[in-house]
Write a protein that binds this ligand. Structure first.
Ligand SMILES: [Zn+2]
Ligand SMILES: [Zn+2]
Length: 442
């Protein structure tokens, strides 16, 4: 290719610079003048095409223009990386979305590590890109040919799934999204790292307390051994991650585990789910405090849950308290019977400490007030007398009765009933396009 362009060196240099800088008019002019300039690749960087450069730099306008001119969305560089992989690697969500829209194949493997775009989004920690690719996997031919579950657990050359890479790199949000999408929490890598290690081993090695928490809350087994017989606890100790080791110590109390019983609630809507997830993580953090207190390590304080100043605490006498614990606000409502309780009590009903593989599947939880099966949970409307905005952390368990705390990332519940205003509370970026990603250089 490119025979006709042998004298065009400065031309193509100019092209790549213009693409990188998002100079759309300049790029268009060059392409109009000589369409075959697009066949050129950079001399360095593994021979990137103009589309690769646009994707890696988040130049969405240039990228769109190139795609509109029928540039192959799956053009490969020397290492068989696609523009979609580069966009996912650099967290350029709008480019990821545009490429997928243009038909980019999410099931391509590079030649370096045999990784897909999903691996790259997980490894580099871009939850929005990860989510976009997973959404595409539901609707594209991948779902038919491979099946979604297989795609989520896709392995690279050395046997690493996206979950392994996210745990290895300490990307708790990506870990969460992947687990929530069906990633197998206890899958071992095969060859990546040490033979037989799991995501929990990798998180332990990275010292990522948040990843360890997520994995444990999804039922990762602290006793699972790699092929040399090491449990994650040993790995954390070896790498001197005291806090992780404390949680991974098999003799420490088990955390609450999220999914199994809640799976029986067929229609757990996203708002209710986000609220419960948050409550679960908060509850586990409370439980961790006791564990971590005993360890000699000084934490960089991921447990930022000291009660706020008294100024932050507002009287809540006019808010409906949970009739089970009389401690927290009713945030959950059983849809069929309308009974309400707080998120913590809901969790207590639904979660158990340790799934026992030998027992048959547990029954769906029942409403503690009327004993009817809980088949659907909703976020209860928070009623206050004067409808002032009440801020509180939904699961803060250790505050004096009738009081709320506004510290630590709490969100307003005022808008809870309004659809779509809740996404923030879950703390996950749910595939939302953030425009600031678009224009910036990497
Ligand atoms: Zn309660
Ligand atoms: Zn009931």
């Amino acid at each position: 290719m490119g025979q006709g362009l042998s004298c065009g060196e400065p031309h193509e240099h100019g092209l790549f610079r213009a693409v990188q800088n998002g100079e759309i008019e300049a790029v268009e002019a060059m392409v109009d003048e000589e369409p075959r300039v697009l066949e050129k690749t950079t001399a360095s960087n593994g021979r990137l095409s103009a589309l690769h450069l646009a994707a890696a730099n988040g130049q969405i306008q240039v990228l769109s223009m190139l795609l509109d001119r029928s540039v192959n969305p799956d053009v490969l560089n020397r290492h068989k990386k696609t523009p979609l992989m580069l966009a996912a690697m650099h967290g350029k969500i709008s480019c990821v979305e545009r490429l997928i829209q243009a038909g980019a194949n999410i099931l391509m493997f590079d030649s370096l590590h045999g990784r897909t775009c999903l691996h790259y989004a997980a490894f580099y920690g871009h939850p929005d890109c990860l989510q976009a690719i997973l959404s595409a996997a539901h609707s594209t031919p991948v779902a038919n040919s491979w099946g979604f579950a297989r795609f989520v657990n896709i392995r690279d050359k050395s046997g690493a799934t996206p979950l392994h890479l996210a745990a290895r790199q300490g990307r708790p949000e990506c870990v969460h999204i992947l687990l929530d999408s069906g990633a197998l929490v206890s899958a071992s890598t095969g060859g990546y790292g040490y033979p037989g290690i799991t995501a929990l081993h990798l998180a332990a090695r990275a010292g990522s307390l948040n990843c360890v928490r997520e994995l444990l809350a999804w039922g990762a087994d602290r006793l699972q051994r790699d092929s040399s017989g090491r449990i994650p606890y040993t790995v954390a100790l070896k790498h001197k991650h005291g806090a992780c080791a404390a949680l991974l110590n098999p003799s420490a109390p088990e955390p609450l585990i999220w999914p199994s019983p809640l799976k029986f609630i067929a229609e757990l809507n996203p708002e209710a789910k986000a609220l419960l997830e948050r409550a679960l993580m908060e509850t586990n953090k409370e439980r961790e405090k006791a564990i971590l207190k005993e360890t000699v390590c000084s934490l960089p304080s991921p447990l930022h849950s000291e009660a706020g100043d008294d100024d932050d605490i507002s009287e809540a006498s006019d808010v409906e308290l949970c009739c089970i614990c009389f401690d927290q606000v009713c945030t959950m409502e059983v849809q069929t019977c309308g009974h309400k309780m707080c998120a913590n009590c809901t969790l207590a009903l639904c979660c158990h400490n340790k799934p026992n593989p030998s027992t048959p599947a547990p029954k769906p939880p029942v409403c503690p007030f009327c004993r009817s099966d809980i088949t659907r949970l909703l976020v209860a409307e928070i009623k206050t007398k004067n409808d002032t905005q009440v801020e509180f952390s939904p699961s803060k368990p250790r505050l004096s009765r009738k009081s709320f705390n506004t510290s630590e990332g709490s969100s307003s519940f005022k808008g809870l009933s309004a659809m779509g205003s809740f996404g923030r509370l879950g703390g996950r970026s749910s595939g939302k396009v953030s425009s600031e990603c678009d224009g910036d250089k990497s």
